[in-house]
Design a protein around this ligand. Structure first.
Ligand code: OSB
Ligand code: MG
Length: 372
């Protein structure tokens, strides 16, 4: 394919309730959507940055200038570009994996649509639905948290993930465990809020029979996880630190990880995400599909990724209504019996609702291939 144009749209979509993590509170989804126009048709992707560089170094403000100046010129007008070429063409640019992932995803969408193939077929997904976990933000009051969790369990979510931070950890986890019993699949996510000196505290989480603790330490602190694993029984899962197949391979060799949260945006795209899946399967390391409060674009593709055979734990694959009142795709994914259907339409699994996108667009940029 030849990429003729890349349209970037910054959108701002209100959330049904504010979402608080150890690094900040989100009231709306402020991110950039990508539309690629090729000689074989169009495709859409979503860039999963947060408005501030608090989860990782990337942020929404930086996406449009970065794509305009450094990424798009390496793709526009190049002949014979397929999905597997995008990462190679963008590789000289360091980091910025979320921006790269959005571009690759849009190209993959266009390419699959042109081929009449679903992403599920492309990835070899054999299941028609995936289990739904839900990520629950930090609450000011434990009784309110217990009510929120009870609501999600009533809706049918099969696994609960509680966001934690120092001072909001042992007590809320204990309260949820006591309220809903030992059968509830329960895990916690620290979003890098702890220090190695907190290992004795984290060890007390063992009392609550958690599936895992996600990303206790800073992104760059791999060895602290080796020490934590030696101290606790709860499996240690990496999110922010798991930046690429190479980092995951190194973490496995170091003994720094029990379980990996795979997010296509964080690792530079769905193709790298699939490589991490394959690597972890080869090493017997369980994986699950993470989320970044995606719109219907990323949510559909994540439901496909989570259907790969190695995803043995429920992911943060929630129904669109977990975060949104309405979606920017037609027919957004809804949870049925605690599961999301794996989309099987050509492309990445969604149809963008252009009017809905228009209504939430706050900024636009159109980048075009040099003519001739
Ligand atoms: O750490 O998994 C995380 C949302 C934004 C940024 C980071 C994370 C999250 C979540 C939400 O936990 C996952 C979801 O989309 O359901
Ligand atoms: Mg996380």
């Amino acid at each position: 394919m030849r990429i003729e144009a890349i349209e970037l749209r910054r959108v701002d979509i209100p959330l049904v309730t504010p979402f608080r993590t150890s690094f900040g509170t989100q009231d709306s989804r402020d991110c950039v959507l990508v539309r690629v126009v090729t000689d074989a048709g169009e495709g859409w992707g979503e860039c999963v940055t947060m408005p501030w560089p608090l989860y990782s170094a990337e942020s929404t403000d930086a996406v449009i200038p970065l794509v305009r100046t450094h990424l798009a010129p390496r793709l526009l007008g190049v002949e014979g570009v397929g999905p597997r070429d995008v990462a190679r063409l963008l590789a000289p640019i360091r980091g910025h994996r979320m921006a790269k992932a959005a571009l690759e995803s849009a190209v993959l969408d266009a390419w699959l649509r042109a081929a009449g193939q679903s992403f599920a077929t492309f990835l070899g997904v054999a299941v028609d639905r995936v289990p739904c976990g839900v990520s629950v933000g930090i609450h000011d009051r434990t009784d309110a948290l217990v009510r929120t969790v009870g609501g999600y369990l009533d809706e049918g979510y099969v696994r609960i993930k509680l966001k934690i931070e120092p001072g909001n950890d042992l007590a809320p986890v204990a309260a949820v465990r006591e309220s809903f019993g030992d059968d509830v699949l329960l895990q916690v996510d620290a979003n890098a809020a702890y220090e190695p000196g907190d290992i004795p505290l984290l060890r007390r989480l063992d009392a609550h029979d958690l599936l895992l603790i996600e990303q206790p330490f800073d992104e760059e602190r791999l060895l602290a996880n080796v020490d934590l694993r030696a101290a606790i029984a709860t499996p240690v899962c990496l999110d922010e630190s798991a930046l690429s197949a190479q980092v995951v391979a190194d973490a496995i060799r170091l003994g720094a990880v029990d379980i990996v949260n795979i997010k296509a945006g964080r690792v530079g795209g769905y193709l790298e995400a699939a490589r991490i899946h394959d690597l972890c399967v080869a090493h017997g390391v369980p994986v699950w599909c993470g989320g970044m409060v995606e719109t219907g674009i990323g949510r559909a593709a994540n439901a496909v990724l989570a259907g790969m055979h190695g995803f043995s734990l429920p992911g943060d694959n929630s129904g669109f209504d977990r975060f949104y009142a309405t979606d920017i795709v037609a027919d957004p994914l809804r949870m049925v019996d605690g599961h999301l259907p794996v989309p099987t339409t050509p492309g990445m699994g969604f149809e963008v609702d252009l009017d809905a996108v228009e209504a939430v667009t706050v900024e636009r940029a159109l980048l075009e291939a040099p003519s001739g």
